[in-house]
Design a protein around this ligand. Structure first.
Ligand code: ZN
Length: 336
């Protein structure tokens, strides 16, 4: 059975992206060594070939793009990026979802991941009393709606006007349109700021974290998710690991580098761990990328791909039992 991938819009030739050299590590200033070169955007067809470097300082290990798209031109890497738009469900995407649901739910139960999955979906805030919450880069607002249903007083921020309109209309949730640094600091600051898969997209992660810090009350919490550069999937797939996503992922972190960045941004204490609970999607994406021939993410998803995603989930979960740093994502919880 062939099914079209959810991000199934075929891409067209993209504009050239202007770049700037980034010879030294953003965090520690050390030189980096080439980890991969000749990378292309197999997901959304942005133009160019890309090189990732890894910091040679063993206490750091940050990974970054060198050269990196300029801040002016980075928008060109998002021309076909559909995660914020609400693409219409075709019968094929519905079928893909049903197939995933049919296999995925029982396997979650089988792998005893239900409890962690629930915590993951609420950004590990289960034990935190509900208060004022801001989501940076809220996309379609699904997570905000979930947090609202759990009793949080929620607000979003997003740079995509289509997404902001959708969040307001679909969920009746207020969202600030524009960069986070331009968002006015409210009289009553936030108890919690959450951010899922945002920090790897920005040129200045410490500035982003500092802005989050400013918007938080004293003792407020920041919780963020980002791909883990030290993951089982990265070790297995190498240059085609879904978490790399050149040229949109500008920096790739581990718990060590996330803690360093949040310390530099003024957070007083931090706790970071990794999770394999959502390995399915990363595994399926990596397998598609390693087998994609047209570098435009237009390949069909088959029942075999779904099963491969599930077998990756199982393997990642087993690897995680042996090495707690090998989860596909890092979770950082930092206190102001
Ligand atoms: Zn470094």
């Amino acid at each position: 059975m062939d099914i079209v991938l959810e991000s199934d819009e075929c891409t067209t030739q993209q504009d050239l992206i202007d770049t700037q050299d980034r010879p030294v590590c953003y965090l520690c200033g050390n030189h980096g060594e080439i980890l991969y070169d000749g990378l292309v955007d197999r997901l959304f067809g942005a133009s160019g070939e890309w090189t990732l470097k890894k910091c040679s300082n063993l206490k750091c290990g940050l990974i970054w793009l060198d050269p990196m798209p300029t801040e002016v031109d980075i928008g060109k890497a998002y021309q076909n990026y559909y995660t914020h738009s609400q693409s219409k469900d075709t019968c094929w995407t519905l079928l893909a979802r049903s197939l995933r649901f049919f296999f995925h739910q029982p396997s979650i139960a089988l792998l005893r991941m239900r409890t962690e999955r629930k915590q993951y979906k609420s950004m590990y805030l289960n034990q935190v009393p509900a208060g004022r919450l801001l989501e940076v880069g809220c996309g379609s607002g699904k997570r905000l709606a979930r947090m609202k249903a759990l009793g949080w007083d929620v607000m979003g921020q997003e740079i995509d006007p289509v997404a902001v309109q959708y969040v307001q209309k679909k969920w009746a949730i207020d969202a600030h349109l524009g960069p986070l640094e331009a968002m006015p600091v409210p009289q009553e600051k936030y108890d919690v700021v959450i951010m899922s898969h945002v920090i790897e997209h920005v040129h200045d992660p410490i500035a982003l974290l500092s802005t989050c810090n400013r918007l938080l009350k004293k003792n407020g919490l920041l919780v963020l998710l980002t791909p883990n550069a030290q993951s089982y999937g990265h070790q297995k797939f190498g240059a085609t690991w879904r978490g790399l996503e050149p040229p949109r992922h500008l920096h790739l972190f581990t718990c060590k580098t996330l803690i360093q960045a949040s310390q530099k941004a003024g957070f007083s204490s931090q706790h970071c761990w990794t999770t394999a609970v959502a390995a399915y999607g990363i595994g399926q994406g990596s397998q598609l990328m390693s087998s994609s021939v047209n570098n435009q993410g237009c390949r069909l998803v088959t029942a075999r791909d779904v099963l491969r995603g599930l077998s990756f989930q199982l393997a990642a979960q087993l690897a995680f039992k042996r090495d707690k740093n090998s989860g596909e994502e890092c979770v950082l919880m930092a206190t102001k």
